[in-house]
Write a protein that binds this ligand. Structure first.
Ligand SMILES: Cc1cc2nc3c(=O)[nH]c(=O)nc-3n(C[C@H](O)[C@H](O)[C@H](O)COP(=O)(O)OP(=O)(O)OC[C@H]3O[C@@H](n4cnc5c(N)ncnc54)[C@H](O)[C@@H]3O)c2cc1C
Length: 523
């Protein structure tokens, strides 16, 4: 039996804790904030309740596997509701399109709304996505990433490698297969599921819409936050101790370099044979910038210059600007998820990856039909737009020991925006409300109150540097290989969560926990 400390009670950390405790290890989870769940958060006020992070659950079998492996079925812990349509899209020309969960109905909808033949184009693209999924699921989603895995694939199944199309971009794939610009836009949007730019993200992300449609888009009755609570409950049932309000300041090491515990912010040392980091890899290897000018930033949790340098070659994931709207009355016929596209999608990507505010961003609305979200007869909307990560004003921004004297230096490209600039958040919130009205959803008269969550707020609430939603982006053909590994180069230190392999989003962070639990093995 090993003594394991898990740093951070996000879904990745909690899932790792549940698996490792079930495997017989002595597990302690240290979470900086007062609640478990990380980005899978919840906000309630005046009878309204909002999931503040994820609003769409995909690949439910990943969670079924986690629950089955740790003591009982998922269905006994949460109630999942399959969504149909998964989303309703509205394009700038006013066309709407329902992404029905049934494949035949979806293809018919494409033909009816976007023109005859578009359904067949999508079907062909999906055939290719199916092959890419078959080729990449086991070697890349269920196992640690490695160049030998890719080389093995090339030798054993050259056709599969062609389907994965290393070197091609998602945008390029869309151009080859789809003629309608609106359908290309729909495909491009899946790059944002990994916080990326479709013009730079790899074509293999075509597996994202494939998986979404094949395994369904789901809602957790009572709010997605209940999934986080259920995983935390499962970890505790298996004997893991979850300590909230317990920030970790440093991962400690023996003179030989192996981890031997963590030092908490209050100075207390917790010995450990193994440390699993569930925090953003930028926080782990680079530290965090000062929250306010004149303050000092946080030091890295572990000092490993090579990992820090490697991380800097990756672009951070985009962040999000969130509006929680408490609305009077209900919107007739509103879908669970609505995506309102702009006329110029590229202008949006240029802005968010260039550290600027897009004038005309895509707006995403999640409006669950669930009594816990609003008083009877009323409605709670979660509104999300893509946003540049928060960039701190340089003055006073110091993590003192990082290579260039500045934490959160990873980025390779693009820059952030100072979301704490006075007046910015409220002005942008008003702009989003106006945009919703321009695109057919005017709720300004029905608004009781709103709460805005900027990338800076997200960074403060979840410890994700800059408020990056998915850790690091998949921009660039080599991003999957540069992404921090689950087994770190520091002996005894493992990584789970959105910035580590295989990536961000609830199913992938849960898979990262499975990979790490298998690496560590039973007690
Ligand atoms: C607005 C938004 C919308 C999203 N939408 C979706 C969606 O629809 N579907 C989907 O699948 N995914 C979505 N995601 C992504 C998903 O939420 C994340 O990929 C996932 O929850 C990240 O889990 P994680 O394990 O990386 O940990 P995180 O949730 O990042 O949690 C890390 C935890 O570590 C803690 N921590 C940090 N530093 C320390 C320290 N020094 N000591 C102790 N604890 C520390 C933090 O407080 C936090 O609780 C969304 C995210 C956001 C923000």
């Amino acid at each position: 039996m090993a003594a394991v400390v898990v740093v951070g009670a996000g879904v990745g950390g909690l899932a790792a804790a549940a698996r490792l405790a079930a495997a017989g290890h002595r597990v302690t989870v240290c979470e900086a904030t007062d609640s478990a769940g990380g980005k899978l958060g919840w906000y309630e006020r005046d009878g309204y309740g909002f999931d503040t992070g994820p609003s769409l659950l995909t690949m439910p079998e990943v969670f079924e596997d986690l629950f089955a492996a740790t003591g009982g079925p998922l269905a006994a812990a949460v109630t999942l509701r399959r969504l149909d349509p998964i989303a309703r899209y509205r394009f700038a020309d006013g066309t709407t399109l329902d992404a029905h969960s049934d494949e035949a109905a979806f293809l018919a909808e494409l033909d009816a709304r976007l023109g005859a033949g578009t359904g067949e184009q999508w079907r062909r693209l999906d055939g290719r996505a199916r092959r890419a999924w078959a080729a990449s699921e086991q070697p890349f989603l269920h196992n640690p990433v490695s160049l030998p895995a890719l080389a093995g694939l090339a030798v054993r199944r050259p056709g599969a490698l062609a389907a994965v199309a290393p070197g091609a971009t998602l945008r390029g794939l869309g151009r080859r297969h789809l003629t309608d610009p609106r359908l290309r836009m729909m495909l491009d949007r899946y790059a944002t599921y990994t916080g990326s730019d479709p013009r730079r993200a790899p074509a293999v992300l075509v597996t994202v819409p494939h998986a979404e449609r094949r395994f369904g888009g789901w809602y957790v009755q009572g709010g997605l936050r209940l999934l986080g609570r259920a995983i935390a409950g499962r970890a505790a049932e298996r004997g893991a101790v979850i300590r909230t309000g317990t920030p970790v300041a440093q991962i400690t090491r023996t003179p030989g370099g192996r981890v031997d515990g963590v030092r908490l912010a209050d100075g207390v040392l917790l010995p450990a044979d193994i440390v699993v980091s569930g925090v953003d890899a930028a926080r782990l290897y680079e530290g965090a910038p000062a929250e306010r000018p004149g303050r000092r930033g946080a030091r890295p949790l572990v000092d490993h210059p090579a990992s820090r340098r490697r991380l800097r070659r990756l672009a951070p994931s985009l962040s999000g600007f969130v509006l929680l709207l408490a609305l009077r009355g209900r919107t007739p016929g509103l879908a669970h998820h609505t995506v309102l596209f702009p006329a110029d999608y590229d202008a949006e990507f240029d802005a968010v990856f260039g550290g600027r505010l897009p004038r005309d961003p895509t707006v995403y609305v999640a409006a669950p039909d669930d009594p816990v979200t609003a008083p009877p007869g009323d409605e709670a909307w979660f509104v999300l737009v893509n946003a540049s990560p928060h960039a701190h004003p340089r003055s006073g921004d110091s993590t003192s020991d990082s290579d260039d004297g500045h934490g959160h230096g990873h980025g390779g490209s693009g820059s952030g925006l100072d979301w704490d600039r006075p007046g910015l958040v409220d002005a942008y919130a008003r702009r989003i409300l106006d945009l919703l009205a321009e695109r057919g959803l005017d709720v300004r008269e029905r608004l009781r109150w709103y709460r805005a969550v900027s990338p800076a707020d997200l960074a403060r609430a979840t410890g994700a540097p800059g408020g990056a939603i998915y850790g690091v982006s998949s921009n660039g053909p080599r991003s999957a290989f540069l992404r921090p590994r689950n087994r770190s180069p520091v002996p005894g230190l493992f990584l789970v969560g959105g910035s580590a392999h295989p990536g961000g989003g609830l199913p992938l962070v849960t898979l990262s926990a499975k990979i790490v639990a298998e690496m560590i093995g039973p007690a």
